[in-house]
Design a protein around this ligand. Structure first.
Ligand code: URA
Length: 262
Protein backbone atom coordinates (compact mmCIF):
# COMPACT_ATOMS: atom_id res chain seq x y z
CA UNK A 1 0.00 0.00 0.00
CA UNK A 2 1.23 3.54 -0.68
CA UNK A 3 -0.27 6.95 -0.12
CA UNK A 4 -1.21 9.32 -2.94
CA UNK A 5 1.51 11.63 -4.22
CA UNK A 6 0.87 15.35 -4.30
CA UNK A 7 0.44 15.09 -8.07
CA UNK A 8 -2.21 12.39 -7.67
CA UNK A 9 -4.16 14.47 -5.18
CA UNK A 10 -4.61 17.15 -7.85
CA UNK A 11 -8.14 17.00 -9.15
CA UNK A 12 -9.70 16.59 -11.59
CA UNK A 13 -7.47 14.06 -13.35
CA UNK A 14 -7.76 12.71 -16.88
CA UNK A 15 -9.21 9.21 -16.82
CA UNK A 16 -6.47 7.58 -18.95
CA UNK A 17 -3.82 9.14 -16.72
CA UNK A 18 -5.59 7.83 -13.63
CA UNK A 19 -5.70 4.32 -15.13
CA UNK A 20 -2.00 4.40 -16.02
CA UNK A 21 -1.08 5.73 -12.57
CA UNK A 22 -3.14 2.96 -10.93
CA UNK A 23 -1.09 0.43 -12.87
CA UNK A 24 -3.98 -0.84 -15.02
CA UNK A 25 -2.03 -0.37 -18.28
CA UNK A 26 0.26 2.08 -20.04
CA UNK A 27 -1.29 5.44 -21.00
CA UNK A 28 -1.87 4.13 -24.54
CA UNK A 29 -3.18 0.80 -23.22
CA UNK A 30 -5.56 2.67 -20.92
CA UNK A 31 -6.90 4.66 -23.88
CA UNK A 32 -7.47 1.33 -25.65
CA UNK A 33 -9.46 0.02 -22.68
CA UNK A 34 -11.58 3.18 -22.72
CA UNK A 35 -12.19 3.00 -26.47
CA UNK A 36 -13.23 -0.62 -26.08
CA UNK A 37 -15.91 0.47 -23.57
CA UNK A 38 -14.32 -1.46 -20.70
CA UNK A 39 -14.02 1.50 -18.35
CA UNK A 40 -16.86 2.91 -16.24
CA UNK A 41 -17.01 5.92 -13.96
CA UNK A 42 -19.76 5.72 -11.34
CA UNK A 43 -21.35 2.97 -13.40
CA UNK A 44 -21.30 4.84 -16.73
CA UNK A 45 -19.13 3.68 -19.66
CA UNK A 46 -16.61 6.40 -20.56
CA UNK A 47 -15.01 6.37 -24.00
CA UNK A 48 -14.12 10.06 -24.47
CA UNK A 49 -10.43 10.84 -23.93
CA UNK A 50 -11.23 14.21 -22.32
CA UNK A 51 -13.08 12.57 -19.40
CA UNK A 52 -11.87 13.85 -16.04
CA UNK A 53 -12.38 12.28 -12.65
CA UNK A 54 -11.75 12.95 -9.00
CA UNK A 55 -9.72 9.94 -7.78
CA UNK A 56 -10.95 10.38 -4.22
CA UNK A 57 -14.63 10.60 -5.07
CA UNK A 58 -15.38 8.83 -8.35
CA UNK A 59 -15.76 5.04 -8.59
CA UNK A 60 -13.74 3.78 -11.56
CA UNK A 61 -14.03 0.18 -12.79
CA UNK A 62 -12.37 -1.81 -15.58
CA UNK A 63 -14.35 -4.84 -16.69
CA UNK A 64 -16.43 -4.34 -13.55
CA UNK A 65 -13.40 -4.47 -11.20
CA UNK A 66 -12.70 -1.41 -9.08
CA UNK A 67 -9.47 0.47 -9.76
CA UNK A 68 -7.70 2.54 -7.13
CA UNK A 69 -4.49 4.54 -7.00
CA UNK A 70 -3.69 3.02 -3.62
CA UNK A 71 -3.76 -0.62 -4.72
CA UNK A 72 -0.68 -0.15 -6.93
CA UNK A 73 0.55 -2.05 -9.93
CA UNK A 74 1.02 -5.77 -10.52
CA UNK A 75 4.40 -7.36 -11.24
CA UNK A 76 4.90 -11.01 -12.09
CA UNK A 77 7.37 -13.32 -13.74
CA UNK A 78 6.56 -16.08 -16.22
CA UNK A 79 8.92 -18.99 -16.90
CA UNK A 80 8.16 -18.96 -20.60
CA UNK A 81 7.96 -22.32 -22.33
CA UNK A 82 9.11 -22.84 -25.92
CA UNK A 83 6.45 -22.54 -28.62
CA UNK A 84 4.74 -19.33 -27.41
CA UNK A 85 5.01 -15.99 -29.21
CA UNK A 86 5.63 -12.88 -27.10
CA UNK A 87 2.43 -11.03 -27.88
CA UNK A 88 -0.77 -10.44 -25.94
CA UNK A 89 -2.92 -11.46 -28.93
CA UNK A 90 -1.94 -13.18 -32.12
CA UNK A 91 -4.04 -12.55 -35.24
CA UNK A 92 -2.77 -15.88 -36.66
CA UNK A 93 -4.09 -17.73 -33.60
CA UNK A 94 -0.71 -19.14 -32.55
CA UNK A 95 -0.16 -19.97 -28.86
CA UNK A 96 0.87 -16.71 -27.20
CA UNK A 97 2.11 -15.68 -23.76
CA UNK A 98 -1.28 -14.10 -22.91
CA UNK A 99 -2.57 -17.70 -22.60
CA UNK A 100 -0.20 -18.25 -19.66
CA UNK A 101 -0.74 -15.22 -17.39
CA UNK A 102 -3.86 -14.01 -15.47
CA UNK A 103 -5.08 -11.32 -17.89
CA UNK A 104 -8.65 -11.70 -16.62
CA UNK A 105 -7.55 -10.54 -13.17
CA UNK A 106 -5.13 -7.86 -14.46
CA UNK A 107 -6.48 -6.51 -17.77
CA UNK A 108 -3.51 -4.18 -18.39
CA UNK A 109 -0.77 -6.79 -17.96
CA UNK A 110 1.92 -6.64 -20.63
CA UNK A 111 5.41 -8.15 -21.13
CA UNK A 112 8.52 -6.03 -20.64
CA UNK A 113 10.59 -6.85 -23.73
CA UNK A 114 10.32 -10.07 -25.68
CA UNK A 115 11.72 -13.57 -26.06
CA UNK A 116 11.73 -15.50 -29.33
CA UNK A 117 9.07 -18.17 -29.81
CA UNK A 118 11.58 -20.95 -29.10
CA UNK A 119 13.37 -19.17 -26.21
CA UNK A 120 12.44 -20.21 -22.65
CA UNK A 121 12.79 -18.53 -19.28
CA UNK A 122 12.42 -15.22 -17.48
CA UNK A 123 9.76 -12.90 -18.86
CA UNK A 124 8.63 -9.98 -16.71
CA UNK A 125 5.03 -8.75 -16.84
CA UNK A 126 3.62 -5.63 -15.28
CA UNK A 127 0.66 -3.28 -15.36
CA UNK A 128 3.04 -0.43 -14.50
CA UNK A 129 3.39 1.50 -17.75
CA UNK A 130 6.13 3.78 -16.44
CA UNK A 131 8.33 0.92 -15.22
CA UNK A 132 8.09 -1.00 -18.49
CA UNK A 133 9.04 2.12 -20.45
CA UNK A 134 11.97 2.82 -18.14
CA UNK A 135 13.37 -0.72 -18.28
CA UNK A 136 13.16 -0.82 -22.07
CA UNK A 137 14.85 2.53 -22.50
CA UNK A 138 18.43 2.03 -23.79
CA UNK A 139 19.88 4.14 -20.97
CA UNK A 140 18.33 1.82 -18.35
CA UNK A 141 18.83 -1.54 -20.01
CA UNK A 142 19.43 -4.11 -17.30
CA UNK A 143 21.79 -7.11 -17.52
CA UNK A 144 20.15 -10.27 -18.80
CA UNK A 145 21.71 -13.71 -18.43
CA UNK A 146 21.18 -16.26 -21.19
CA UNK A 147 22.14 -19.92 -21.19
CA UNK A 148 22.64 -21.26 -24.71
CA UNK A 149 23.23 -24.73 -26.05
CA UNK A 150 25.25 -24.25 -29.23
CA UNK A 151 26.29 -26.43 -32.09
CA UNK A 152 29.90 -27.66 -32.03
CA UNK A 153 32.63 -27.74 -29.43
CA UNK A 154 33.20 -24.15 -28.38
CA UNK A 155 36.54 -23.24 -26.79
CA UNK A 156 36.85 -20.40 -24.29
CA UNK A 157 39.19 -18.41 -26.60
CA UNK A 158 36.48 -18.35 -29.28
CA UNK A 159 34.39 -16.19 -26.91
CA UNK A 160 36.94 -13.34 -27.04
CA UNK A 161 35.18 -11.42 -29.88
CA UNK A 162 31.99 -11.37 -27.78
CA UNK A 163 33.94 -10.19 -24.75
CA UNK A 164 35.41 -7.33 -26.77
CA UNK A 165 32.13 -6.40 -28.47
CA UNK A 166 31.38 -8.11 -31.76
CA UNK A 167 29.95 -6.18 -34.72
CA UNK A 168 26.69 -7.54 -36.14
CA UNK A 169 24.90 -6.37 -39.29
CA UNK A 170 23.02 -3.71 -37.28
CA UNK A 171 26.15 -2.35 -35.58
CA UNK A 172 28.61 -3.11 -32.79
CA UNK A 173 27.47 -4.89 -29.61
CA UNK A 174 28.69 -3.83 -26.22
CA UNK A 175 31.13 -6.24 -24.56
CA UNK A 176 29.37 -9.34 -23.18
CA UNK A 177 30.34 -11.47 -20.19
CA UNK A 178 30.61 -15.09 -21.37
CA UNK A 179 31.76 -18.44 -20.07
CA UNK A 180 31.49 -22.12 -20.92
CA UNK A 181 29.12 -23.98 -18.57
CA UNK A 182 29.40 -27.33 -16.84
CA UNK A 183 26.82 -30.07 -17.18
CA UNK A 184 25.28 -29.10 -13.83
CA UNK A 185 24.94 -25.43 -14.83
CA UNK A 186 23.40 -26.29 -18.20
CA UNK A 187 20.39 -28.12 -16.81
CA UNK A 188 17.85 -25.64 -18.26
CA UNK A 189 18.96 -26.25 -21.85
CA UNK A 190 20.24 -29.81 -21.51
CA UNK A 191 18.27 -31.60 -18.76
CA UNK A 192 19.39 -35.04 -19.96
CA UNK A 193 23.04 -34.04 -20.33
CA UNK A 194 24.94 -31.93 -22.88
CA UNK A 195 24.68 -33.85 -26.18
CA UNK A 196 27.83 -34.81 -28.16
CA UNK A 197 29.23 -32.08 -30.44
CA UNK A 198 27.43 -29.29 -28.55
CA UNK A 199 28.50 -26.82 -25.84
CA UNK A 200 26.60 -24.93 -23.15
CA UNK A 201 27.56 -21.29 -22.71
CA UNK A 202 26.41 -18.37 -20.55
CA UNK A 203 26.14 -14.94 -22.15
CA UNK A 204 25.30 -11.78 -20.16
CA UNK A 205 24.25 -8.71 -22.16
CA UNK A 206 22.40 -5.56 -21.30
CA UNK A 207 21.20 -4.52 -24.71
CA UNK A 208 18.01 -5.97 -26.15
CA UNK A 209 18.40 -6.14 -29.92
CA UNK A 210 16.34 -8.58 -31.97
CA UNK A 211 17.77 -12.14 -31.84
CA UNK A 212 20.91 -10.65 -30.36
CA UNK A 213 22.28 -13.69 -28.52
CA UNK A 214 21.54 -16.03 -31.44
CA UNK A 215 23.22 -13.62 -33.86
CA UNK A 216 26.25 -13.15 -31.59
CA UNK A 217 26.84 -16.90 -31.31
CA UNK A 218 26.22 -17.50 -35.03
CA UNK A 219 28.82 -14.81 -35.75
CA UNK A 220 31.44 -16.98 -33.98
CA UNK A 221 30.20 -20.02 -35.96
CA UNK A 222 28.32 -21.77 -33.17
CA UNK A 223 24.61 -21.45 -33.95
CA UNK A 224 22.18 -21.69 -31.05
CA UNK A 225 20.21 -24.91 -30.65
CA UNK A 226 18.38 -23.88 -27.45
CA UNK A 227 18.20 -20.59 -25.55
CA UNK A 228 17.02 -19.87 -22.00
CA UNK A 229 16.97 -16.57 -20.07
CA UNK A 230 17.79 -17.15 -16.40
CA UNK A 231 18.00 -13.62 -14.99
CA UNK A 232 16.62 -10.17 -15.73
CA UNK A 233 18.46 -7.35 -13.95
CA UNK A 234 18.53 -8.13 -10.24
CA UNK A 235 15.89 -10.88 -10.52
CA UNK A 236 16.02 -14.59 -11.23
CA UNK A 237 13.39 -17.22 -11.86
CA UNK A 238 13.52 -18.88 -8.39
CA UNK A 239 10.61 -21.18 -7.70
CA UNK A 240 8.74 -21.01 -11.01
CA UNK A 241 8.14 -24.11 -13.11
CA UNK A 242 8.27 -23.85 -16.89
CA UNK A 243 4.91 -22.52 -18.10
CA UNK A 244 4.01 -21.08 -14.66
CA UNK A 245 4.14 -17.58 -13.20
CA UNK A 246 4.47 -16.08 -9.74
CA UNK A 247 4.01 -12.54 -8.42
CA UNK A 248 7.19 -10.68 -7.50
CA UNK A 249 7.58 -10.11 -3.78
CA UNK A 250 8.08 -6.65 -2.21
CA UNK A 251 11.87 -6.91 -2.14
CA UNK A 252 11.98 -7.91 -5.81
CA UNK A 253 9.71 -5.01 -6.79
CA UNK A 254 11.97 -2.60 -4.88
CA UNK A 255 15.05 -4.00 -6.66
CA UNK A 256 13.35 -3.61 -10.01
CA UNK A 257 12.18 -0.03 -9.38
CA UNK A 258 15.72 0.78 -8.28
CA UNK A 259 17.18 -0.79 -11.44
CA UNK A 260 14.81 1.25 -13.58
CA UNK A 261 16.16 4.48 -12.07
CA UNK A 262 19.82 3.78 -12.87
N1 URA B 1 18.42 -13.14 -27.89
C1 URA B 1 17.92 -13.96 -28.81
O1 URA B 1 18.56 -14.25 -29.80
N2 URA B 1 16.67 -14.44 -28.62
C2 URA B 1 15.93 -14.18 -27.53
O2 URA B 1 14.81 -14.67 -27.39
C3 URA B 1 16.48 -13.32 -26.57
C4 URA B 1 17.74 -12.80 -26.77
Amino acid sequence: MRSLTEDERLVPMRLQRFLARAGVASRRGSEGLMTAGRVTVNGEVKTEMGTKIDPLVDRVEVDGRPVSLIAGATYLVLNKPSGYVTTMSDPQGRPCIADLVPTDRYPGLYPVGRLDKDTTGFLLFTTDGDLGQALLHPSHHVDKTYIALVDGILRDTELEPLRHGITLDDGPCQPAICRILSQREAIEVAPAGIPAHTTAVEVIIHEGRKNQVKRMLSAIHHPVIKLHRSTFGPLSLNRVDRGSWRPLDHDEIDLLLHAAKH
